[in-house]
Ligand binder design. Structure first.
Ligand code: FES
Length: 106
């Protein structure tokens, strides 16, 4: 059960007790992070679950697949550490991971 450090759009930092096996999008959406719209429901076709993963944690999350890379890189607020949170499945070794919610304008 990883504990995640979340920074929301207004810069407020909170702690989220997540569940291994859920996607990061599901954990955010189901725990009141309303900036995560997740319009497509997690099938990598909307980019409304955009987050930034602190670079030191990118080895744990792995790299985006080509479809995710193309979709997220076309968003207005894309950065090098952008990810679609629906494409990250949480594991216990992500305990302490820092996640920043991106502006969902796309
Ligand atoms: S929820 Fe649509 S791309 Fe992630």
């Amino acid at each position: 059960m990883p504990t995640l450090q979340i920074t929301d759009l207004s810069g407020i930092k909170t702690t989220l007790e997540a569940k291994s096996g859920d996607t990061l999008m599901e954990s955010l959406r189901d725990n009141g992070y309303d900036e995560i719209l997740a319009i497509c429901g997690g099938v990598c076709s909307c980019s409304s679950c955009h987050v930034y993963i602190e670079p030191s944690w990118q080895a744990k999350t792995g790299s985006p697949c080509e479809d995710e890379h193309q979709l997220v890189s076309s968003t207005e607020h894309h950065r090098e550490n952008s990810r679609l949170s629906c494409q990250i499945t949480l594991t216990d070794d992500m305990d302490g991971m820092e996640v920043v919610i991106a502006n969902q304008v796309y």
